[in-house]
Every structure is written in structure tokens, then in C-alpha cells.
Design a protein around this ligand. Structure first.
Ligand code: UD1
Ligand code: PEP
Length: 428
């Protein structure tokens, strides 16, 4: 088991290349189940969530061959193998096996998913969609059983705008008989990416990127080749890092439009942000001004960048308020930031951050993926050395983060933990 050490103070400079989108990748791999021949996906991020999903595809009989960031998935020998336990619990996105296996085999057994604990992460809207398509859905000892004689298109209104439910219903509906209409659908770029893959496989989908998606079911889907979109959350994390502790940082391989809400907030703080086709240039001008942020569904400010942004606000003059309207309990990073000298109050679902403060290095724990990113950013701004444990969360979503930060001039490295440190970590 490793810990990360971050020595603060160095100004970051240079170029960082963004990897493929985690939150797209984790749906694209399960989507391949629906094809009847080879699906090749290019540009995948080399992160543990992606490999876990590859293992799950193999568990159900798929052949999965990796070639760096490219995966070739042959689904011909896949079967509707029950997956009530095991690796499905290691990540949230295993729930996409429900939609994909239901769509392909008319049945599936999938253990309730894991992933970052951000407070309750219900899947009632996914289930409502599967039932509307004709599936019987039961929860038996923590595994979801889905069975259908056949799936039939339906009109489904989502009571909450949900990325997961929109994608999962799309996966189940592309091979259903007749027309499915998803109303109040989510519009995140990752949903468009999944729909692009499905369309390349022969699915008939209209309206992705709007709040009404129309799907005409088809009998068969074939293999195809697909290139994933860049990770807007990784790009946003580096843009925020550059605003916090950068000189001139180029964030390369991005779609700037995917980050408009975040870039607007950085500009409001006084950061110079220049956009070109596939790059962002971030140049902070101190002192930074505080801003208020509310996370919303896309194109609003993403919940996944709330925690990194909290760290940035510790450096800004005056008080900034961050309210996460998507996951109001996504606040575990705050106790850790307080250990580093941050002055943050929590009221309801809002974090009230007073700044500027000089953060101090400390021993902290990444409780979830984006909490990990927020602690790295804090460590880069802090005096002294910050020791971060819980790297398994960070490795679920950030490809080669130590190397990428080192290339920008940061003093960041990993060390093996001693037995005593591992014990302390396990008991904390
Ligand atoms: C809208 C939004 O910002 N979604 C984010 C959310 O997706 P994730 O897929 O986890 O969450 P959803 O988009 O599905 O959920 C959005 C909201 O709807 C609620 N909900 C969801 C499904 C359901 O069946 N019932 C229900 O009540 C959730 O509790 C949440 O408050 O976390 C991902 C990982 O951090 C992000 O990449 C997504 O961008
Ligand atoms: C919380 C996240 O991931 P997951 O939903 O896969 O746990 C995230 O990407 O920020």
C-alpha cells in the first residue's frame, strides 16, 4: 500500500495532457456487451475503474484485449452470468451491467454498486426505467434481479435528472421492441459519448444532449470502433490546480465548451483563462477573489469539481460558499482540509470557506476520489509536506497523476507505507 507525498510551494508550469473521460469509459465498456462482434474503444484512461470493468466483462465470458489505451472487446461468448458480489462492489458504474445485460439477455443479476460514498446514491430511477420497459426487478439480499420476457419501448419520465439512469435506460432500450422516449433526461457530454458508441453499433437514438431522448429499438447491434472524449473532470482538476498553484499551465486535449461553468468561475476569481480548440491556458493573478458556487446538472458546475474547488477557495480573499445540490453530503474532504489549517464551516449542504489562509502540510486521508484531488491541490499550496493516504480512490479516476504533476514541476512522489502506517490507516 502506498501513500502520496506532496511538498508544497513550487509554482506549476508547462503542459498537461488530459486522458479519456472516466465517467464515459465506465459506461462505454459495459455498452459493448450489446454488440454481436468486436468493439474497439480507443483513448481509454489507464485507471483502476476501467480495468475492473474489463475484468467483469471477462467474468461474463467476454474476450478483452488491452493495447495501452485501446481495448478490443469480443462479446460473442458472453452469457448472463449473475454478478451478485465481488468486483461489482468496487465501483459505482457496475450498475451499467444492469441495463446492458438486460438489453442483451433479458435478464441480469448485479450486486448493488459501490463507488465513492457521497451520501445516498439511489438507483430508483434506473429501476423505474427498467420496469417501464417490461422488466421485473427485485432486490434479493443486496443484489438486483432483472428479468423480462421481452423488452418493449416505453415513455419514461425521470423524476430527477440522472446521468446514471439516463445511460442505463438507453442501454436497456436500444434493443427493445418499438420506441422509447426518455423525458427529463440528463445532458452530460458522457451521455452523448455513450450514445455515439451505440449509434456506431447500429442503434437509433435521437435527441441526446437535450432533455428528451428518442430511441427506436433495433434487433441487432454490431461491433465498431470508437474514440472516447477527453475527461472534462480531469481537465477541470488541472485547471483548478493551475489556478491554485500555477504560473502558466496549458491543459491539453480538452473540449473547452464542456468546462464553461468552471472556467467562468475561475475568471470571476481573477484567473486568466484562454481557450483554443483543444487547449486551455491558465494563468492566475494573485490575489484571487472568492466566489460562490452551486453544483448543478450539466451544463452547470459539476459536482465532481466541488471538492477540488473548495481547496482553491482557501487561497481567495473573503468568504466563498460552495453548495452541492447533487450530493449534499459530499463533504468528507473538509475535515481533512481543516487539518491543514483551512477555515471552513459547514451549514446544511454548504461549505463556507474563509480565506486567504496559508495551508500547512499534514497527514490526511483521501476518503473518496475527488476528495483526493482536493487534498493534492491543498498540498501543493501548503507549507511543508502533506502525506495523503487512501490512494486507491485517487487511482480509480486519475491516470498517472503523480507523473503528470511532476512534469508540471510539482514535488510529488509515492512511498510504500510501513506496516504500522497501514494498521493506523485501516483503523482510522
Ligand atoms: C447530475 C450529475 O451531476 N451527475 C453526476 C453524478 O452522476 P451519478 O450517475 O452518480 O448520479 P446521477 O446523475 O445519476 O444522480 C443525480 C442526482 O439524482 C439522484 N438520483 C439518481 C438516480 C436515481 O435513480 N435516483 C436519484 O435520486 C442522485 O442521488 C443525485 O442527487 O456523479 C457522477 C460521479 O460523481 C458525475 O460524473 C455525474 O456528472
Ligand atoms: C464520484 C465519482 O465517481 P463514481 O461515481 O464512479 O464513484 C467521480 O467520478 O467523481
Amino acid at each position: 500500500m502506498q501513500k502520496m507525498l506532496v511538498e508544497g510551494g513550487e509554482l506549476l508550469n508547462g503542459k498537461v495532457r488530459i486522458s479519456g473521460a472516466k465517467n464515459s469509459a465506465v459506461a462505454l465498456l459495459p455498452a459493448a456487451i450489446l454488440a454481436d462482434s468486436d468493439v474497439t474503444i480507443e483513448g481509454l484512461p489507464e485507471i483502476s475503474d476501467v480495468y475492473t470493468l474489463g475484468d467483469l466483462l471477462e467474468e461474463i465470458g467476454g474476450s478483452v484485449a488491452w493495447d495501452g489505451q485501446t481495448v478490443h472487446i469480443n462479446p460473442e461468448n458472453m452469457v448472463s452470468m449473475p454478478l451478485p458480489n465481488g468486483k461489482v462492489k468496487q465501483l459505482r458504474a457496475s450498475y451499467y451491467f444492469m441495463g446492458a445485460m438486460l438489453g442483451k439477455f433479458n435478464k441480469a443479476v448485479i450486486g448493488l454498486p459501490g463507488g465513492c460514498y457521497l451520501g445516498p446514491r439511489p438507483i430508483d430511477q434506473h429501476i423505474k426505467g427498467f420496469e417501464a420497459l417490461g422488466a421485473e426487478v427485485t432486490n434479493e439480499q443486496g443484489a438486483i434481479y432483472l428479468r423480462a420476457k421481452e423488452l418493449r419501448g416505453a415513455r419514461i419520465y425521470l423524476d430527477v435528472v440522472s446521468v446514471g439512469a439516463t445511460i442505463n435506460i438507453m442501454l436497456a432500450a436500444v434493443k427493445a421492441k418499438g420506441k422509447t422516449i426518455i423525458e427529463n433526461a440528463a445532458k452530460e457530454p458522457e451521455i452523448i459519448d455513450v450514445a455515439t458508441l451505440l449509434t456506431n453499433m447500429g442503434a437509433k437514438i435521437k435527441g441526446v444532449g437535450t432533455d428528451v431522448i428518442r430511441i427506436e429499438g433495433v434487433a441487432q447491434l454490431h461491433g465498431c470502433r470508437h474514440t472516447i472524449i477527453p475527461d472534462r473532470i480531469e481537465a477541470g482538476t488541472y485547471a483548478i490546480t493551475a489556478a491554485a498553484q500555477g504560473k502558466e499551465v496549458i491543459v491539453d486535449n480538452v473540449i473547452p465548451q464542456h468546462l464553461e461553468s468552471v472556467l467562468a468561475k475561475l475568471r470571476e476569481m481573477g484567473v486568466t483563462v484562454e481557450e483554443s480548440d483543444e487547449q486551455l491556458l491558465i494563468m492566475p493573478k494573485n490575489p484571487l477573489k472568492s466566489v460562490d458556487v452551486k453544483t448543478l446538472v450539466y451544463p452547470g458546475f459539476p459536482t465532481d469539481l466541488q471538492q477540488p474547488f473548495t481547496s482553491l477557495l482557501t487561497k481567495a480573499v473573503n468568504t466563498g460558499v460552495i453548495t452541492d445540490t447533487i450530493y449534499s453530503a459530499r463533504l468528507k474532504h473538509i475535515d481533512e482540509l481543516r487539518r491543514m489549517n483551512a477555515i471552513i464551516k459547514v451549514e446544511g449542504g454548504s461549505a463556507i470557506i474563509s480565506g486567504p489562509v496559508q495551508l500547512q502540510g499534514a497527514k490526511v486521508k483521501a476518503t473518496d476520489l475527488r476528495a483526493g484531488a482536493s487534498l493534492i491541490i491543498a498540498g501543493l499550496m501548503a507549507n511543508g509536506i502533506t502525506e495523503i493516504t487512501g490512494l486507491e480512490h485517487i487511482d480509480r479516476g486519475y491516470e498517472k497523476i503523480t507523473e503528470k504533476l511532476t512534469n508540471l514541476g510539482a514535488n510529488v512522489w509515492r512511498e510504500e507505507m510501513t506496516e504500522q502506517e497501514i494498521l493506523q490507516f485501516q483503523n482510522s
